[in-house]
Design a protein around this ligand. Sequence first.
Ligand SMILES: C[S@@+](CC[C@H](N)C(=O)[O-])C[C@H]1O[C@@H](n2cnc3c(N)ncnc32)[C@H](O)[C@@H]1O
Length: 330
Amino acid sequence: MLAVKVPKKEAERVRRQLLELGVLAEGYAVKREGEFILFPVTKPVEGFELVEAEFERLERRPHSYREVVEVPKELRPLLPSSFDIVGDIAIIELPGELMPHGRAIGEAILKVHRNIKAVFAKGSKVEGEYRVRELVHLAGENRTETIHRENGIRLKLDVAKVYYTPRLSTERMRVFEKTQAGEVVFDMFSGVGPYSILLAKKAKLVFACDINPWAVRYLEENIRLNRANNVVPILGDVRKVAGKIKADRVIMNLPRFADRFLREAMMSVKPGGVIHYYGFGPEEDPFSEHGAKIKAAARELGLSVEFLDSRKVRPYAPRQVNIAIDFRVL
Ligand SMILES: C[S@@+](CC[C@H](N)C(=O)[O-])C[C@H]1O[C@@H](n2cnc3c(N)ncnc32)[C@H](O)[C@@H]1O
C-alpha cells in the first residue's frame, strides 16, 4: 500500500495536512519505522516521500448496539437510538413489538458498552407516591443497585426502589450555580439526594425530605459517601415538616404534583427567598397554568411573587415538556 514517510517530530502536522487533503486511508494503524512514521494514503501526494508498506487493519468497534443487534428487519426502525445509563445499569424504553427481542437487545447493549453490567426495559410509567417504575430484566446481572456519578458527586441507589433520572443533571447544576454560599436550602422531594448533596457543597445547611424510606436510606448512605455532613435527612410527608423550616432556597422537584405543595413551599421560604418549581405542561404553552397557580397560592397566604426564570427543562411525553419556574417570594 502507498504510504507517506515523515520524521516522527513532523508526524502530527503531516497527519493533519493529509486529513485536510482527504488522502489519509481510513481503517489502518499508522506504522513506526525507527525515527519515522508511515501514513497510509489513498493516492500519491506531492511534496512528501512516498514508499510502499504493509499496514495492519484497525478493527472498528461498533458505536451503537443497533449495529450488532439481531432483530427482524421490519422491526429495526423501532429500535430506540438511546437509553438511560445509571451507574453501570442501562434502562431502555422498548415498544411492545420489540419486547420479545428484549434479550437480544440487552445482549447487544452489553457487547457494545463494556461499562454496562445490567440491562432493563421500562415496564411501566413512573407511578405512585414514590414515583418509581417497574423494570423488566433483559440481560446481564439481575441487579438494580448501583453507584452513579454526576456533577462530581456519587449517588448510590436502587433503580427499582427509588426515583432517579440522569436527565436532570444539567438542571441540577443550574440550580447549584444559582445557590449562594451560606444559604439554608430545603429540598422538599429529595429522593436519594442529587440536588441536596450537590448544593451542600455551597450551602450552610440542606434539609432533605422524602416520603420513600428507601430513598432516605440511600440519601443517608450518600451523605456518608460524599461527606455531606451539612445535609439533614428527613423521612416523612413534607406536609408535616413545611413551615417548621425557614430556607433561603426551596426545591420542589415533584413535577406531577408540585402545584399541590405550593402552600407548603411558600410557608418554608424566608421573605425574599427563592423557590425552584417543576411541572409538566403542553409544549405550546407549558408555563401559563403553573404561573397562575403560583400567583393564586401566594395571594392566599398574603404574599407576592417575582418571577425570575421560566425554562423548558426536557421533553417529557409526546407534546409534553418538563418545565422549571424560579420565583422569589416577597
Ligand atoms: C420526582 S422524584 C425527585 C427525586 C429527586 N429530587 C431527584 O431529582 O432525583 C420525587 C420524590 O418525592 C417523593 N415524595 C412524593 N410525595 C412526597 C411527600 N408528600 N413528601 C415527601 N416526599 C414525597 C417521592 O418519594 C420521590 O422520591
